[in-house]
Design a protein around this ligand. Structure first.
Ligand code: KG4
Ligand code: ZN
Length: 338
């Protein structure tokens, strides 16, 4: 069985082919048009998806060595995400499904991030905890069975990825910020500034990242005032140290809260998902904790962490198996809950 996955919720146009549970192709076209605006511009994202959707799907079929007549089902993101962007992918999928007379299924993008952990072996065993950290979400979820889950905690303000992006902006590092901060932090001193570890002292599983971000902003303002370097670029050494210090604060909170939940619920499998799970420090330190605390850790392969259609195809495959098909009246839902 061949499932075509389509993802257009934000600024990546992606298509993937999965055959009998195995990914055969995963084409991702990132839209660079947003860079000069310092963030994703919704209207530009929709236009770019419209231009890219056909060539990206064609490339994914070609890379998997199948033709459109061999597609048996289509899985497509219908939320959460940017309304116009979602509409392009969903309408394309509906039209193709109608033309080919194959079923289609709407997929929740955040659920698909979690399912990315099932693409490669070993797959998580139930129950497992999943820390979802992306540009718009930070959630800690207990997954008890396929598509059965319970939200344990979430961010009260900024998402983890959003904090990376905002701090990168404060430091003049461009957009998206996560990968640049990650790279600079690798050669920096994480103890250069002790930024706050928000909500760590609280006995709950919620997160807060806007305080850490504001602390970076105030630190920079103070530094510029003292050194009278208003418009000069900050030197590379200090940038690396600031990135490492900020990243250490975020990673500390993410790991502590997740391990606290695992202990409280006596769960021995932990998965991480979403764009921030590509972060090298989070991956490294989670790996260390897995060894010292004795839990099994699952992290998707790098290309399945940030937005991609392979995770959509995989979720579709699991749902098709259950006969969970969608109707043509399915509409995109910008704020679709998990
Ligand atoms: O899951 P994703 O691709 O899109 C959403 O569903 O939001 O996540 C994007 C977020 C961005 O905020 C980006 O800066 C962050 O993931 N990100 C990273 C890294 N790579 C991407 N954050 C930290 N370190 C990284 N290496
Ligand atoms: Zn995402």
């Amino acid at each position: 069985m061949n499932v075509l996955g389509i993802e257009t919720s934000c600024d990546e146009t992606s298509a993937a082919v999965l055959t009998d549970g195995r990914i055969r192709s995963n084409v991702i076209s990132s839209q660079f048009v947003h860079r000069k605006y310092g963030g994703v511009v919704p209207e530009l994202a929709s236009r770019a998806h419209q231009e890219l959707i056909v060539p990206v799907v064609r490339e994914a079929l070609g890379a998997a060595h199948i033709t459109s007549s061999e597609i048996n089902g289509i899985a497509v993101t219908y939320g959460p995400g940017l309304m116009g962007a979602l509409m392009i992918g969903l309408n394309f999928a509906k039209a193709l499904s109608y033309g080919l007379r194959v079923p289609f299924i709407g997929i929740n993008h955040m659920e698909a991030h979690m399912v990315a952990n099932f693409i490669d072996d070993p797959q998580p065993r139930y129950p497992f905890l999943c820390l979802i950290v992306s540009g718009g979400h930070t959630q800690l979820v207990l997954v008890t069975a396929p598509f059965e889950k319970q939200l344990l905690g979430e961010t009260l303000d900024d998402a983890a990825g959003e904090a990376f992006d905002k701090v990168a902006k404060i430091l003049g590092l461009g957009f998206p910020g996560g990968p640049v901060v990650d790279k600079l932090a690798s050669s920096g001193n994480p103890h250069f500034v002790e930024f706050p570890r928000s909500l760590l002292e609280k006995d709950n599983l919620d997160f807060s990242f806007s305080g850490i971000k504001t602390s970076v902003l105030y630190w920079m303002r103070e530094f510029r005032k003292k050194s009278k370097t208003d418009d000069q670029p900050v030197d590379q050494r200090m940038l690396s140290d600031l990135c490492a210090s900020f990243q250490a604060a975020v990673v500390d909170v993410l790991i502590e809260k997740t391990c606290r939940a695992a202990r409280a619920l006596d769960v021995h499998e932990i998965a991480i998902a979403g764009g921030v799970s590509a972060n090298s420090e989070l991956r490294r330190r989670m790996g260390e904790r897995a060894k010292s605390d004795g839990f099994r850790l699952h992290i998707p392969r790098f290309e399945y962490c940030t937005d991609n259609a392979a995770m959509i195809a995989m979720t579709g495959w699991m749902k098709f198996d259950r006969g969970d098909f969608s109707n043509f009246d399915l509409s995109p839902v910008a704020n679709l809950p998990l």
